[in-house]
Design a protein around this ligand. Structure first.
Ligand SMILES: [Zn+2]
Ligand SMILES: [Zn+2]
Length: 108
């Protein structure tokens, strides 16, 4: 009787392993696929927008001021008006030297 029940468990157990092995790789593959999609979407999201260093709100790449907390993120080029990083003294778009880059920073 004990042997029979052990055999019964083994008989049930072995197909269970097979089913487990069969299902598991497909599941992880699907999971990987899902993760890849999510990661891609996340990367794309980072690509088109960034976060305000002060309040953490999502802001556009070309915004020069955060509309939520009014923090200055970028400055406009004195020559072409394109948004450039605050520490930059030179405009990467037109090559214009920026005058007194930190002058208007303390007033606002
Ligand atoms: Zn902000
Ligand atoms: Zn410029």
């Amino acid at each position: 009787m004990i042997i029979l029940s052990v055999l019964f468990v083994i008989v049930l157990f072995i197909p269970g392993i097979f089913i487990y092995l069969f299902i598991r790789p497909r599941k992880t593959f699907e999971q990987k696929y899902q993760d890849a999609i999510e990661e891609e979407a996340l990367l794309r999201e980072i690509g088109v927008s960034e976060k305000c260093p002060s309040c953490g709100h999502t802001i556009q790449n070309d915004w020069i001021v955060c509309p939520y907390c009014h923090t200055k993120i970028k400055k406009k080029c004195v020559q072409c008006g394109k948004p450039i990083e605050l520490p930059w003294n030179l405009c990467p778009y037109c090559g214009e030297q920026q005058q007194k880059p930190f002058m208007d920073e303390k007033t606002s």
